[in-house]
Design a protein around this ligand. Sequence first.
Ligand code: NAD
Length: 252
Amino acid sequence: MVAASSQGIGRAAALRFAAEGAHLALCARKEDALQELADHVRQTFGVQVYSATLDVADDASVRHFVDDVHKQFGRIDVCVTNAGGPPAKLFLETTMDEWDQAYQRNLRSIVSFAQAVLPHMQRQRWGRLVTITSMTVKQPVPNLVLSNAIRAGVLGLVRSLAGQFGPDGITVNNVGPGYTATDRLKELATRYATTAGGSGNEYFAQITKDIPLGRLAQPEEVADAIVWLASERAAYITGQTILVDGGVYRGL
Ligand code: NAD
């Protein structure tokens, strides 16, 4: 199960799981893009795909989706949570509505998925929950205060769930992407162009300067970390955050 998977990192993760032979359950808000992906996956990899259009901030829709997926496949082995990132803003520019939305999309949606899938995983005595957040969980990015603050809560949740559900054979881990070549980054470049007066290209040059590997991540490179955490090869890893940031985070 890969949430918010019609484009970007979620889409790349769905494709990597399908390449491993996994049947897929996908959801996102954009029906056309989701359908196009589902058709492509069926034709290319020959796996089953169940998809639904929904907003992950809508708790009832998420629970309904998980129920339907379980009815369809009879089990849920892996759940990857995801959602679009909050708007790029400095603290005094943020509104209370934006704080509420960031909480609902980027923290509460994970609670919705986790509460719905974990009982199935407990019965199976096996499961993998992988959250997608951001490198902001380790190092704040100046104009991403909503992300910096809300995603820290995800880490608390991940570590709590890892402790509680480890005895059931379930691992819970988090992947924090760095600057990744998706539409989200184009959105941040546009914001830079309108607020700092620079061009999108200047934004990319500026962020790349701080990346030891000297380039953006491709979404597939983040997807590979997700698929690995979901695999048997990562069986003894739980409660952890893996940054896929090209070395941006310098802390020990
Ligand atoms: P993206 O904007 O390319 O894709 C986001 C996907 O989420 C799309 O499929 C969109 O339809 C879906 N989506 C958004 N809000 C949704 C909602 N409420 N309900 C259901 N689906 C929803 O973004 P991306 O680059 O793939 O980023 C994925 C996550 O990783 C985001 O939370 C983003 O903030 C985070 N992230 C991205 C970068 C980066 O540089 N791209 C860096 C750090 C963190």
